[in-house]
Design a protein around this ligand. Structure first.
Ligand code: KIV
Length: 262
């Protein structure tokens, strides 16, 4: 049986040039599927807001919702590292509140790490969490919780700011950093300069790993998906076909037949 993925596994993968592959997960059945497929990291992202709750953005997601979803993902995960995403305003108000909320993920949900958004501005929070024994994955570039501040979901191109943010989160003790929505050449430069792994989403191929929102990459999400998403399955279409066939068979007396009756 493969060993559980830890921060050391991820560091070793970076050193060995082996790509880290991550996806989001929000519930038990998909966590099991992703884990059995060999995915290394399962992020219970606050993309829950859009992917599962049907909201327009991530801002309304609460700590209690994140704990609930992380707990059911952790049940389905075998060897993948499970990371809980700190929702909007769960770590920005005060350091004690940030530490309490991050601690809840480890104590109540079975996650072995947390993720939060921001660079230099949250580096002291990352430091305090790391010193308290809570592994932190940082997230810089296009940070969706700041959608209103950024004026929309825009590619972030301020090279010196991105480099400074990456350096700060590493120095503060983050074990990995998500690079979202930044030009591939800046992501490559950051990846080459950091000791910790970079996990890209819309940040080109040079990152140490990649992450995608599960519902986007498996074709579950309806409507628009960002340019960086590649669809590896069409589950929405498959589900629709299955349900339409079921309706048709019930209405035409085909189901249930003898094989599905007592
Ligand atoms: O919330 C989320 O799913 C994320 C990833 C896409 C990085 O932050």
């Amino acid at each position: 049986m493969p060993a559980t993925v830890t921060r050391k596994t991820l560091m070793d993968m970076k050193k060995d040039g082996k790509k880290i592959v991550a996806s989001t997960a929000y519930d038990y059945p998909f966590a099991r599927i992703a884990d059995e497929s060999g995915i290394h990291m399962l992020l219970v992202g606050d993309s829950l807001g859009m992917a599962v709750q049907g909201e327009a953005n991530t801002l309304g997601v609460t700590m209690d919702q994140m704990i609930y979803h992380t707990r059911i993902v952790a049940k389905g995960a075998g060897t993948a590292m499970v990371i809980g995403d700190m929702p909007f305003m769960s770590y920005q108000v005060s350091m004690p509140e940030a530490l309490t909320n991050a601690g809840r993920f480890l104590k109540e949900s079975g996650a072995s790490a947390i993720k939060l958004e921001g660079g230099a501005a949250v580096s002291e929070t990352i430091r305090a969490m790391a010193e308290a024994g809570i592994p932190v994955m940082a997230h810089i570039g296009l940070t969706p919780q700041s959608v209103h501040q950024l004026g929309g979901y825009r590619v972030q191109r301020d090279r010196s700011r991105l480099i400074a943010d990456a350096d700060k989160v590493e120095a503060a003790g983050a074990f990995a950093v998500v690079l979202e929505g930044i030009p591939a050449e800046i992501a490559e430069e950051i990846t080459g300069s950091l000791n910790i792994p970079t996990i890209g989403i819309g940040a080109g191929s040079a990152c140490d790993g990649q992450i995608l929102v599960l519902h986007d990459m498996l074709g579950i999400s309806a409507g628009h998906v960002p340019k960086f998403v590649k669809k590896y399955a069409e589950l929405r279409q498959n589900a629709m076909e299955g349900l339409r066939t079921y309706i048709d068979e019930v209405q035409n007396g085909i189901f249930p037949d003898k094989n599905h009756s007592y």
